[in-house]
Ligand binder design. Structure first.
Ligand code: ZN
Length: 82
């Protein structure tokens, strides 16, 4: 099994945040200032996350977690343009 690949795309919402994808599937977003990864849609159990767990980046249903180090290095590569 290959490692999942995280990617970022500039959010359509004009607040400087990024949408977060795992293997091309939308899973959440990364805050512009906080740089924290939020999990909206779990890639494992495919449920919409319970909102108290969204900003902590883990799935309330199956406990799957975003790899924060992987996301942090992605954010660093995006550079700081604002
Ligand atoms: Zn889950």
């Amino acid at each position: 099994m290959k490692n999942p690949v995280y990617s970022l795309r500039l959010s359509l919402v004009d607040d400087g945040s990024h949408d977060l994808f795992l293997d091309e599937k939308f899973i959440g977003f990364v805050g512009k200032k906080s740089k924290r990864a939020a999990l909206l849609h779990c890639p494992m159990c495919r449920k919409e996350n319970y909102h108290m767990a969204v900003l902590d980046g883990y799935c309330a249903w199956c406990s799957w977690r975003i790899d924060k180090e992987a996301v942090a290095s992605l954010v660093a590569m995006e550079g700081s343009d604002g």
